[in-house]
Design a protein around this ligand. Structure first.
Ligand SMILES: [Zn+2]
Length: 241
């Protein structure tokens, strides 16, 4: 392979990674990191120069900020770093929990230490049980058993950088996080936003759909009483006034 051919092939590979929208929307931080590892390797191999790397990384960053802005207004759904209780909707009984995409039955895990795995990518996510290979579909935060019974995924925590954070149930904490995330978003501060994003998404609150937390509108908003955000359906925040 000539140096020109190598460069063309490597650029095509990188472009393919950049254009992988399913991965980008499902895992924006990981998408950005893997694209940037690629340009780092290309620079080290002498295939691109510093300026080319800079321009390519700028494209990756722009794709990241597009993705997270879109996701900020998207409906909530299963998060790969989330910890969930699995609650039978009809009886409110918790039958188990999911952590690190692994299911553990409340009645004690099986001989292998766990009882199931979450597999697939949105919108085709499934929980597959280990013992009988039964498959339950995951839509948003709703699990449908093969019997047709419905189970809710109630989030209890969120893993960021290997650390478990409890989900935010307190209105003041949520407000402070919304404000700091907004600054990080405007300044394109990747590190700051990367950490705030999963916490905002897993919080017991969501942006008010009437005033959209718009500074000029929320003051008179009846829907959120001027807060700019509202409790998510089915959640019981501890300090929402
Ligand atoms: Zn409002």
């Amino acid at each position: 392979m000539t140096p020109t051919e190598l460069k063309q092939a490597w650029l095509a590979k990188w472009q393919g990674m950049l254009d992988d929208n399913v991965y980008r929307m499902g895992h924006p931080e990981a998408h950005r990191a893997s694209c940037r590892w690629e340009t780092r390797d290309m620079l080290e191999a002498g295939v691109i120069d510093e300026l080319e790397k800079f321009e390519m990384d700028e494209q990756v960053d722009a794709a990241y900020w597009h993705a997270v802005e879109e996701l900020a207004t998207a409906a909530e759904g299963y998060m790969f770093g989330g910890q969930y209780d699995v609650v039978h909707r009809a009886t409110s009984k918790c039958i188990g929990r999911i952590t690190a995409n692994t299911y553990y039955s409340a009645s004690g895990p099986g001989a292998d230490g766990f009882d199931g795995k979450v597999v697939g990518d949105k919108p085709d996510l499934r929980l597959i049980f280990r013992c009988n290979k039964e498959t339950w579909a995951i839509n948003g935060l709703l699990l449908t058993a093969s019997s047709g019974d419905l189970y809710d995924l109630m989030q209890t925590g969120q893993v960021i950088d290997g650390k478990v954070y409890p989900i935010i149930c307190d209105a003041d904490t949520y407000r402070a996080l919304v404000d700091s995330a907004q600054v990080a978003l405007e300044e394109h501060n990747f590190e700051g936003y990367r950490k705030a994003r999963p916490l905002l998404r897993s919080a017991r609150f969501a942006r008010c759909t009437d005033c959209l937390d718009h500074f000029g509108w929320r003051e008179d908003c009846l829907n959120c009483a001027g807060q700019g955000f509202i409790p998510k359906a089915g959640s019981q925040p501890t300090s929402f006034a």
